[in-house]
Design a protein around this ligand. Structure first.
Ligand code: NAI
Length: 328
């Protein structure tokens, strides 16, 4: 079975090529182009396509893919909020993904953002390179004995909770489901989490019920001088309200690995130039905000796990087709 990869980067090719000999039934074809209605129409002789988290896997794209004979969409990521699952079912396309490939990778990035923004590492780095050894404005606060509020204690939130516990923080959390593997965590209502936390880290999925959960009203419930970290999904935060909060000096720091409007269209590729959206540019104008480019997942271990599970998914699909059984 041939799999056409969309938005394939060099690091994707390296990690998939590293193991592809172990899957003789699979042929991998890498395309740099993003998935769209137009590019979907170029797929030929591929029963499967492989896409990344920001890909547009909407109904119109799925319709074109179905017309090109595609039966399987392999998401090489955990999130699938850009995939129209109903349309996929309608067009007889199976969607498979890689859940929980390395929760620690994302949690470690979340704490990296929190520590960097708290201790102003981004400013210190630039200053010292310019031979300026002044400490003016670089003071932070100890995490030890402060309160970390984790919203969503699934795989990544649990890893983040363990890290914060290791720092000697008081760890509180809000989740609709209470994770029994986190005996050191106290579950509280969301308002209480906002009121008590010195560090708030978002780890719940983007759904109708969580869309814009960080907004003017919820920001007003937070402590002054709080640090807010979002490595989950941009839509959890209403950006304009966040900017208002930052302007009103609510936050000691904000660390964002994900942002609203984060789709393939936000970063318009003009050859090698990456153009930033104006909203992201506005966020970057604040000295106490650190933005990274959705790199939470980006570790050697995570890439290896993603390529392994994606090809295992493709093989399982083939095996099931061969045996005539239906995959769940
Ligand atoms: P998970 O499914 O293991 O955990 C999500 C948790 O959120 C569950 O415990 C669930 O009960 C909880 N939840 C659901 N609704 C909630 C609500 N309204 N309020 C609070 N909690 C709620 O997911 P996992 O693997 O921990 O991933 C979390 C998120 O991280 C994903 O949804 C994805 O958006 C993001 N992610 C980011 C990456 C990055 O590179 N920055 C990479 C991978 C995932």
């Amino acid at each position: 079975m041939r799999i056409t990869f969309f938005a394939a980067k060099n690091y994707d090719k390296e990690s998939f090529n590293h193991i592809k000999q172990q899957y003789p039934a699979l042929e991998l074809e890498y395309w740099e182009t993003e998935l769209s209605v137009k590019t979907a129409g170029y797929v030929t002789d591929s029963e499967a396509i492989c896409a990344f988290v920001s890909a547009d896997v909407s109904a119109p794209v799925l319709e074109v893919l179905a017309g090109r004979g595609v039966k399987l969409v392999l998401m090489r990521c955990a999130g699938f909020n850009n995939v129209d699952l109903e349309a996929a079912t309608r067009y007889g396309i199976k969607v498979m993904r890689v859940p929980g490939y390395s929760p620690e990778a994302v949690a470690e990035h979340a704490i990296t953002l929190a520590m960097a923004v708290n201790r102003h590492i981004h400013k210190a780095y630039i200053r010292v390179r310019e031979n300026n050894f002044s400490l003016q404005g670089l003071s932070g606060f100890n995490f030890y004995k402060k309160t970390a509020g984790i919203i969503g204690t699934g795989k990544i939130g649990a890893a983040m909770a363990r890290i914060c516990d290791g720092f000697g923080m008081n760890v509180i959390a809000y989740d609709t489901y209470h994770n029994p593997d986190l005996p050191f965590v106290t579950y509280v209502e969301l308002d209480e989490l906002f009121a008590q936390s010195d560090l708030i880290s978002l780890h719940c999925p983007l759904m109708d019920s969580t869309y814009h959960m960080i907004n003017l009203e919820t920001i007003s419930k937070m402590k002054d001088g709080v640090i807010l970290i979002n490595t989950s999904r941009g839509g959890l935060v209403k950006t304009d309200d966040l900017i208002t909060g930052i302007r009103e000096r609510k936050f000691a720091g904000v660390g964002l690995d994900v942002y609203e409007e984060e789709t393939a269209n936000v970063f318009e590729n003009h050859e090698d130039d990456i153009m930033m959206s104006s909203t992201t540019a506005r966020l970057l104008s604040f000295p106490n905000v650190i933005v990274t480019s959705h790199q939470g997942f980006f570790t050697e271990e995570a890439l290896a796990a993603i390529s392994r599970t994606t090809l295992d998914n493709a093989q399982a699909y083939l095996d099931n087709v061969a045996s005539g059984t239906e995959l769940n």
